[in-house]
Design a protein around this ligand. Structure first.
Ligand SMILES: C[S@@+](CC[C@H](N)C(=O)[O-])C[C@H]1O[C@@H](n2cnc3c(N)ncnc32)[C@H](O)[C@@H]1O
Length: 280
């Protein structure tokens, strides 16, 4: 197709798109314009995308995907957008999963559960970085589950809908090597302080972790010993401020907690390891 018959904007129109995005407060207006132009199928489609973005919809919801661990993760409107900082949890979980599959432990396929999976970004990224994995993911929100099914399909992952462990098959009890749980952890009183894009476009149940932000983590930790394999690991993201209390919350019933922090990603993860049985 020649430049003159292209359905996409001319240089002037591109500049107008940038101006419109910038006027709406988009700090990276040039980059966003480029992404929207390359995603749009038609000029009318582009106009609609630019309007939605200018009205405050997160860029990822407008595009329909978010970049996470080098992957394009499908994210529908109303579904939590995976955050860059969560890549730290993925890296830690991947290292532990590799060890579970190593010669000392002899698991042919580590069993990974992405609990509170949202779009399934964590599970999809773990599967992409491990050569073999048995992947399960679960979320309470049907919109998130629909997204996660698309994102973990390539890894042959199973996605379930329901409250925490409720929908997981009972046969997985005592078999989980990696329990990655990026649960909601914003204290209820601080949800109102989040950026407007999160408050208005992500579900409250994806953000609100109760009075001190740790209610859901406590529930996850309480049942983790039932699901983890000996030597298995629970990994959960928290804020740096919450970390001591989060470690206390997960350090129970044979779980040994530690805290890991990445200054570069401003990310904090509590890791609780299930004591191995003697001889394992
Ligand atoms: C902070 S988001 C994280 C999503 C995803 N793990 C990620 O990192 O992108 C938390 C997710 O927990 C889910 N959730 C909240 N309460 C839940 C519950 N009781 N059972 C299962 N999922 C829950 C929400 O629907 C949301 O998708």
């Amino acid at each position: 197709m020649s430049a003159s018959s292209s359905p996409f904007p001319s240089g002037d129109d591109q500049a107008a798109t940038v101006t419109r995005l910038r006027a709406a407060g988009c700090v990276f207006a040039e980059d966003e314009a480029r992404l929207l132009i390359s995603a749009a199928q038609t000029p009318a489609g582009l106009a609609d995308m630019v309007s939605r973005r200018a009205a405050g919809q997160p860029l990822e919801h407008v595009l329909g995907w978010a970049e996470f661990c080098g992957l394009r993760i499908a994210v529908d409107p109303g579904v939590f957008i995976p955050r860059r900082r969560t890549e730290f949890l993925v890296r830690r979980a991947a290292a532990l999963a590799r060890r579970a599959a190593g010669p000392d432990h002899g698991r042919a396929r580590p069993v990974v559960v992405d609990l509170c999976c949202g779009s399934g970004a964590v599970g999809a990224a773990l599967a992409a970085s491990l050569s073999r994995v048995e992947l399960h993911a679960a979320d309470i929100d049907p919109a998130a589950v629909r997204c996660a099914r698309r994102n973990v399909a390539a890894a042959g992952g199973q996605v379930y809908q329901g409250d925490l462990y409720g929908p997981l098959p009972a046969r997985m009890r005592g078999r989980v090597d990696i329990l990655a749980a990026n649960v909601p952890y914003v204290p209820s009183g601080e949800v109102g302080l989040l950026p407007p894009e999160a408050r208005a476009h992500e579900p409250r149940m994806a953000l609100d972790g109760g009075t001190d932000g740790l209610d859901i983590l406590r529930r996850v930790a309480a049942a983790a010993p039932l699901w983890l394999a000996p030597g298995g690991h629970l990994l959960a993201e928290t804020s740096e401020r919450q970390a001591p209390r989060a470690a206390e919350a997960v350090g129970r019933d044979g779980l040994i907690p530690q805290v890991a922090h990445s200054g570069r990603l401003n990310a904090t993860v509590v890791i609780a390891t299930m004591a191995a049985r003697p001889g394992e």
